[in-house]
Design a protein around this ligand. Structure first.
Ligand code: FES
Length: 160
């Protein structure tokens, strides 16, 4: 079927509007996800014990060195809720854990060791301090942080 010039321009206009709407999202942040660079922590390296998430560091290369980070998805294993957590190795013997869910649109986070902050993987790129405060929007709400203990080769994260 042959398309005349007017019909072509009309269709091109509709296509452009759809792409722009998708890029902008409905809340000012692109919901076309960026890429999470954070490695996945395999499920054989952690276990749940009540409200404690016990992570065995022996098997996790991505957390071995300072500046490392890893993410895990507890999924529906706690009260049916999906809980995603990002763990960072900030300094020697110092680890931190956060909800891996940007408070703007729940995109995954990446740890920027050189800036000591967490950044959303969305193109909106909200950023948070390591105490969870918002540095840069569009996120407005602080990031959930989890308390943890380090014992020998394990991290015990309180996910209550
Ligand atoms: S989901 Fe929008 S900035 Fe993170």
């Amino acid at each position: 079927m042959k398309t005349n010039r007017r019909e072509f321009i009309r269709k091109a206009g509709i296509a452009t509007a759809c792409v722009c709407t998708g890029l902008a999202g409905v809340n000012g942040c692109s919901m076309i996800g960026g890429i999470s660079r954070t490695p996945e922590i395999m499920s054989d390296s952690w276990e749940l014990d009540g409200d404690s998430l016990i992570v065995n560091l022996d098997r996790i290369d991505c957390l071995r060195d300072t500046g490392g980070s890893g993410k895990l998805n507890i999924g529906g294993q706690l009260n049916g809720d999906e809980i995603k957590i990002i763990i960072i190795h900030q300094r020697e013997e110092e680890y931190k854990a956060f909800a891996d869910c940007c408070t703007h649109g729940c995109r995954e986070l990446n740890y920027l060791h050189e800036k000591e902050q967490l950044e959303c993987s969305s193109f909106g790129k909200s950023a948070f301090t390591l105490s969870g405060k918002v540095i840069k929007g569009p996120a407005e709400t602080p990031l959930k942080t989890y308390s943890l203990q380090k014992t020998d080769n394990r991290i015990i994260i309180d996910i209550a």
